[in-house]
Design a binder for this molecule. Structure first.
Ligand SMILES: [Zn+2]
Length: 334
């Protein structure tokens, strides 16, 4: 029987981008409500007034283990971003403004929310490494995968998954790890962190960059120097559905992972390839995210004692997001 952890914190809604921004506080409310409706977590709902009809939700046979959240110590962020960068994010947040030409608004509480976001992923890593759980999911915002070492981008302040990867290497003596990013947008920030690195295999599945933000992640981007071959970009045609994604998992993603044989798997779990998502043009269903997760779980069971930490990235239709996270969690907890 698998134990799966779950880490979140209600204060991440205080990064208040406003009701009309796609990456808005209600995303977290929706995820937490859907996960409760599925019986995956049982603690009291911190947002009882939030209204949303999720339709029929599958029921978990056993709940997740709720992990304590904590903000990350900024010295761990320095494994990925410079101290100057961290100070800049702090100062612009305190003053209120934009980090990325209008895309990424920040306000007084954004810096604290970003520390919690990276901190929840870190707590998940610790819980897996000390054996309290086999896998874990961090329900967090702001997301991270567009944030480059010296550039905040696309709603992302700190690159949560990249920080977790470096933390695993520095603090937990994991050398060889893999990152799979199935958010519909290219994980350009994560690529920028590891493109020279042969010990981190970084795989991103995303909508064809000629048709979608941020415009990078072409198939020929395969890493640099000794990292050549350890960055894998798989552009997907607009309109791709569950069967297209599962075919690419079988033919590209899983074989790359099998050959690399990681000691730990990190997932940048964005759910914006869902057919109802307003920011992209894909046709995935929530079941598709569950099936994709299942094949990653099977790989992890074969190569890395099942160790997976997954962190929320995008997903902007609230109902689809909540239901897709449930499907992902059911597969992690199977
Ligand atoms: Zn995205």
């Amino acid at each position: 029987m698998t134990t799966t952890g779950f880490c979140t914190h209600p204060a991440m809604i205080e990064h208040d981008t406003g009701p009309h921004h796609p990456e808005r506080p209600d995303r977290l409310r929706a995820v937490l409500r859907a996960v409760r409706l599925a019986g995956l977590i049982t603690s009291p709902d911190p947002f009882p007034d939030f209204q949303m009809d999720f339709g029929a939700v599958v029921q978990a046979t056993r709940p997740l283990i709720e992990l304590e959240a904590a903000p990350i110590d900024p010295r761990w962020i320095e494994l990925v971003h410079s101290r100057d960068y961290i100070d800049r994010v702090r100062q612009i947040s305190l003053a209120g403004g934009f980090l990325d030409q209008g895309d990424t608004p920040v306000m007084r509480r954004s810096f604290a929310a970003a520390l919690l976001s990276a901190g929840c992923v870190q707590q998940c890593v610790d819980a897996v490494m000390d054996g309290r759980v086999k896998r874990a999911f961090a329900a967090v915002r702001p997301p991270g995968h567009h944030a480059e070492p010296d550039r905040p981008m696309g709603f992302c302040l700190f690159n949560n998954i990249a920080i977790a990867a470096r933390y695993l290497q520095q603090h937990h003596q994991i050398r060889r790890l893999a990152i799979v990013d199935f958010d519909v947008h290219h994980g350009n920030g994560t690529q920028a962190c590891f493109e020279n690195d042969a010990e981190v295999l970084s795989i991103s599945l995303h909508q064809d960059p000629r048709t979608c933000y941020p415009g990078s992640g072409m198939g020929w981007e395969i890493g640099l120097g000794r990292g050549r071959g350890y960055t894998v970009n798989v552009p997907m045609d607009p309109g791709s559905d569950d069967s297209d994604y599962l075919r690419v998992m079988d033919s590209r993603v899983i074989p790359e992972l099998e050959e690399f044989s990681p000691q730990f798997l990190l997932i940048s779990a964005g759910f914006d390839a869902h057919r109802d998502d307003p920011l992209a043009d894909m046709q995935m269903s929530e079941e598709g995210f569950g099936l994709m997760t299942r094949s990653l779980v099977a790989m992890a069971d074969r190569h890395c004692q099942g160790r997976i930490v997954s962190a929320l990235e995008g997903g902007y239709n609230l109902r689809a997001l909540g239901r897709s996270v449930v499907s992902h969690l059911m597969a992690l907890n199977a």
